[in-house]
Write a protein that binds this ligand. Structure first.
Ligand SMILES: [Zn+2]
Ligand SMILES: [Zn+2]
Length: 342
């Protein structure tokens, strides 16, 4: 196909544009959902509020309280005094990689990522709300407990090997992050009565697909962060939209150019036909003898020589339909050429 390259580029661009567009609207909807969510401290007659709501649940609400484990907390592996309810341990490899363009660039690869969790609640005074499915949160703010970078000590052989393979390790980064016991966070999600213990409350990811947040940020900081994301996606939408328009414009330009060429070729063909007609008219005026007239239509002058037999017996129009055998001697035709009788 003529435009295959352009169509592939346009297809990829459209997919990226679509993803950015979806993310943009997701951010936009998230912002209006967070703005619309009522804010409560844990306590605050939340139970009453839930009981008075339809189906004993509030679809989207922001509640703030202190993190407290249900049972034994997790202990930090780097500092035994720190305890928490979610622990993320990750190891990243820092490498220098030779890119296809020949430059060396710094890159990071996550080699390992482990999450440990224990059930927890948000608490204030004697009131509490159980937080369910924390790992499903769109934003889950964790505090960095430790962050070590251990540079590798390459030998000469390693250097040489790295030079030839284009891949050299710079070091390993080990990070420990936690949601600490006692930190004050805001959870935004669906609040309902626990199905197992009707007098306790549960915060969980909303059924209707609005995002779930567990954050140490204030609502206004969260909104600012979401708005920044929205702006980035808006910018990406503009960019990939513009690229799409550019490729589309190029395809259109090429298409119009091809069409114009086709039109010129047709015009040329027409003018050739016209001149052929004129020439015939001149010849006919001379009163053609019988042996100068095409054997098929008996009207036009003989114009085509058939090879290899060499018979000049057809006009150009009739020669188009006769492709296999000469009408005079029946020998097969390999070539045809113009042979005008002047
Ligand atoms: Zn003819
Ligand atoms: Zn022949």
């Amino acid at each position: 196909m003529d435009y295959l390259g352009e169509f592939i580029a346009l297809g990829i661009d459209s997919i990226i544009f679509g993803i950015c567009m979806k993310q943009y609207f997701y951010c936009k909807n998230s912002i209006s959902a967070v703005k619309g969510a009522e804010f409560h401290e844990v306590g605050d007659n939340l139970k009453e509020l839930v009981e008075n709501s339809p189906e004993n649940k509030i679809d989207y609400v922001a509640i703030r309280g202190a993190v407290k484990p249900l049972g034994e907390p997790l202990r930090s592996i780097n500092n035994k005094d720190i305890s928490g309810v979610i622990q993320k341990l990750s190891v990243k490899e820092h490498v220098v990689v030779r890119t296809t363009s020949g430059y060396w660039s710094d890159q990071e690869h996550t080699m390992q990522e482990i999450y440990n969790t224990v059930p927890f609640i948000l608490q204030k005074g004697r009131d509490q709300v159980e937080v369910v499915d924390a790992m499903a949160a769109d934003i889950l703010d964790l505090e960095t407990i430790s962050d070590f970078f251990e540079p590798s000590a390459p030998t000469f052989v390693d250097y040489l090997w790295g030079f030839f393979t284009g891949h050299r390790q710079r070091g390993l980064q080990s990070t420990e992050e936690m949601l600490r016991e006692g930190s004050i966070i805001t959870g935004i999600g669906e609040l309902s009565q626990s199905s197992s213990k009707p007098d306790s409350l549960v915060l969980q990811p909303p059924m209707n697909g609005t995002p779930y947040y567990l954050t140490t940020m204030s609502i206004s900081s969260l909104l600012r962060k979401l708005d920044d994301r929205r702006k980035i996606y808006r910018w990406l939408c503009f960019m990939f939209g513009a690229i799409g328009l550019f490729i589309g414009g190029m395809v259109l330009r090429r298409y119009l150019k091809d069409k114009e060429e086709q039109r010129l070729a047709n015009e040329l063909k027409k003018s050739l036909e016209e001149s052929r007609k004129e020439r015939r008219q001149r010849v006919r005026d001379k009163d053609l003898r019988d042996d100068q007239i095409c054997v098929v239509c008996r009207t036009n002058p003989r114009e085509i020589i058939l090879l290899p037999c060499g018979h000049v017996c057809l006009c150009e129009d009739c020669s188009i339909d006769i492709t296999t055998d000469c009408p005079l001697c029946r020998s097969s035709i390999t070539h045809k050429n113009a042979a005008y009788i002047a």
